[in-house]
Design a protein around this ligand. Structure first.
Ligand code: B12
Ligand code: SF4
Length: 653
């Protein structure tokens, strides 16, 4: 049965069909362009009110004005796929029309477009540009917008990916399957407070999908309630952690995996590795009450996790993921150990009335989640809630009449369903009230974070565990860096007395701010005023294009001949094996080094070079090779032959 909203059941093709694979294949290596939809985004540009580039500012701290921490989020799946193809690929994140056209004119063979349902109209725009400026390119649609059925998507694409994208794209390009873990691109985000860069976060792609199957959850049903471990083991995750720490030893990290702690074996192994390394980490992860209840807060901290996103939903929502420690105990308990909590409450369950929502909100806010999100219970194609609403004929008639209006508003901020007691506008107004009340009552989330870190510091600074003492020292550093915030929070925040009390307590425990922090405190109000100005006038609110090229240089490492050196590449489980034989000279040493460097650029891959017995090389060329590889030597292992002996030079280099 197909519905008017274009979301009837359809074959969820996980792999391109065999007939498609052979279609119009260019004989050379195909050129791939992967793109997000184009900027500008946002309500001023015809999108739903919450739609933008940022999860915090758009969907969580949206009522917190100048206090909202800012960080642009990208369509990570694109870089993830590009890093794991053999074909040359270019990724564009938030291009303008002109920037996209410039890239299209280079003649890609395949253009992959990722989109969410709310971005359907932007996807159409991108597809129109592809058809015009790269008419021969095959269009591949992916991302969660492909919950729509084939008939609805057919005018816009040649292939639709409804699942894990690396396997899909490799099959499409006739590339052999690649085992997990895939290569992990290093993706860093910058967080700004009052327009000032604060710290960097490395994103870790640990898994897709979730087995819990909450009735409204798009991702759970998109992956058929399966959990795909992109990083199968704790060792795999930790390896990515270490790669980020090499880039910046203070980097925070965010793990993208719907219920990270559910795979207990992975988390337990992670904890062993984190404790053995001894470097205090700061990792944010998504988790359910059920999974969190199986760890003590200290165990979480020892796994590196000091921030979690956990669903509060509704008091009577009754999802199985909520079994375990009552959330009324869990949130304060986590906070008291220094773990920040982002929690989301839902509005629009059938049992809710305005009174019940206000009661639940008050109870929820009394738990003082560090960040609070309020979403409207909404139906996404493919989920049981969607099926039920369709079956019961409870979709808002104006949405059914105009499917594109429905897609555009599928954002968790628009009430889509006819509710037994509340009108859509009433639910949406209550949602705004919740966000406003959260800010008014609990104050800026960034101040709440400092409060939580301070709780952690108090509890653990004299701990018997050396790891926890080191963690407390990290919290202390972060708290000290936040001194300038107090001045603004006392002047213009909704809870000045809380800010003043917290600052006083911190001064007593950690000492007064340094000269540098005092100077920054004096400058903070000006930075905050500037932030307010940019917000009011919609200035600097859109990111610039991020363009990354993968394997597009002639230096990319490939099997073949480099003069008289034969190179053959083989991807092993954890690293790429590069076998060489023949004779290495100056030119091939340079080419080989450039290829290895290109292969290791912007990802966490390792390379193992195996030199065949008898491969000839002069010492000066080995010196050159060693010199060219020196900055990445820790990611390259070399197994040298017993003859000729000159190769032993590399063992000590
Ligand atoms: C990061 C994120 C964002 C970022 C970046 C969004 C973006 N455009 O990608 C920001 C903060 C901007 C964002 C905003 C929004 N988001 Co969001 N977001 C996520 C989140 C948490 C992670 C996605 C991610 O990067 N995962 C890691 C990568 C590696 O996995 P992946 O994206 O699934 O990609 C894999 C496959 O899906 C596939 N794939 C993906 N793209 C493509 C493209 C091609 C060509 C191919 C072949 C394959 C392919 O291959 C990848 C590798 O296997 C997901 C929830 C989740 N846990 O997945 C929600 C999610 C994608 N967001 C969602 C929503 C609703 C929104 C908002 C509408 C929220 C709002 N109220 O405003 C806005 C829309 C604005 C926007 N710009 O997109 C929904 C989408 C539902 C739907 N059916 O459309 C999700 C699924 C959350 C949910 N459970 O409901 N979001
Ligand atoms: S626990 Fe979260 S990710 Fe998993 S099904 Fe429920 S809402 Fe979705």
């Amino acid at each position: 049965m197909e519905t008017k909203l274009g979301a009837g059941p359809c074959a969820l093709a996980e792999e391109p069909q065999a007939s498609e694979k052979l279609a119009d294949r260019p004989s050379r290596s195909p050129k791939v362009l992967l793109t997000s939809i184009c900027r500008p985004l946002g309500p001023a540009h015809g999108d739903a009110p919450s739609v933008g580039y940022e999860v915090l500012h758009g969907q969580v701290t949206r009522a917190q004005g100048i206090f909202s921490p800012r960080s642009v989020n990208f369509t990570y799946g694109l870089d993830y796929i590009a890093a794991n193809l053999d074909a040359p690929a270019v990724v564009l994140q938030y291009p303008s029309h002109r920037e996209l056209i410039r890239e299209l004119k280079k003649g890609p063979d395949y253009v992959g477009v990722s989109f969410n349902l709310v971005l359907f109209h932007h996807m159409k725009e991108v597809v129109a540009l592809v058809r015009k400026h790269a008419p021969r390119a095959k269009i591949v649609l992916g991302g969660y917008g492909t919950v729509l059925d084939d008939a609805t998507l057919a005018p816009y694409g040649d292939y639709f990916c409804r699942g894990e994208g690396v396997a899909f794209f490799r099959a499409l390009l006739n590339e052999p399957p690649r085992p997990m873990p895939y290569d992990h691109p290093l993706v860093r985000l910058n967080l700004k407070v009052f327009s000032v860069p604060m710290h960097r976060t490395g994103v870790i792609f640990a898994g897709l999908g979730c087995p819990h199957g909450c009735d409204f959850c798009c991702t759970s049903y998109y992956f058929k309630r399966r959990h795909i471990r992109l990083l199968p083991t704790g060792d795999d995750i930790f390896r990515v952690v270490e790669r980020y720490l090499e880039v910046d030893p203070h980097m925070s990290m965010a793990i993208l995996d719907e219920d990270f702690l559910l795979a207990k074996d992975r988390a337990t192994r992670m904890r062993e590795l984190v404790l053995a390394r001894g470097t205090p980490l700061s990792i944010f992860a998504f988790a359910s009450v059920k999974a969190l209840s199986r760890f003590t807060p200290q165990e979480l901290l020892e796994t590196g996790v000091d921030g979690v996103w956990v669903g509060y939903e509704g008091k009577r929502s009754g999802y199985s993921k909520q079994q375990g420690t009552p959330i009324e105990e869990l949130i304060p308990e986590l906070r008291s150990h220094g773990i920040t909590v982002l929690s989301s409450m839902m509005l629009g369950f059938e049992y809710q009335t305005p009174e019940i929502i206000r009661e639940e909100m008050a109870e929820f806010l009394a738990l003082r989640p560090t960040y609070a999100q309020f979403l409207i219970y909404g139906p996404t194609p493919g989920t049981p809630f969607y099926e039920r609403v369709m079956r019961e004929g409870r979709f808002r008639p104006d949405m059914v009449a105009d499917p594109e209006r429905y897609y555009r508003n599928c954002d968790g901020f628009t009430s889509m369903v006819v509710h037994p007691t509340m009108k859509p506008g009433e639910i949406e107004a209550l949602q705004r009230e919740c966000f406003d009340t959260d800010f008014r009552v609990n104050g800026p989330s960034i101040l709440r974070s400092v409060e939580v870190w301070f709780q952690g510091w108090k509890r653990y600074h004299a701990s018997r565990s050396s790891y926890m003492r080191a963690k407390a020292e990290r919290w202390a550093e972060e708290i000290r860096r936040a001194f300038p915030l107090f001045r603004v929070a006392k002047r213009s925040g909704p809870t000045p007395e809380v800010a003043a009390r917290l600052e006083a307590e911190i001064r007593i425990s950690l000492g007064p701010p340094s000269l540098g922090q005092r100077v920054l405190s004096w400058l903070a109000p000006a930075a905050a005023a500037w932030t307010g100005f940019t917000l009011r006038h919609d200035l600097l609110q859109h990111p610039k294009l991020v363009r990354r090229a993968y394997r597009t240089t002639p230096w990319a490492l490939r099997s073949g001949e480099l003069g008289s050196l034969r190179v053959s590449m083989e991807r092993a489980f954890h690293n790429t094996l590069v076998r060489i034989e023949g004779a290495l000279d100056r030119a091939s040493a340079r080419r080989l080094a450039a290829g290895i460097r290109a292969h290791l650029h912007n990802n966490d891959a390792d390379v193992k070079v195996v030199v065949a017995e008898g491969t000839r090389a002069k010492l000066q060329d080995l010196r050159l090779l060693a010199q060219e590889l020196a900055p990445l030597r820790h990611r390259i292992s070399i197994s040298v032959p017993s003859t000729p002996e000159t190769w032993t030079y590399l063992e000590s280099a």
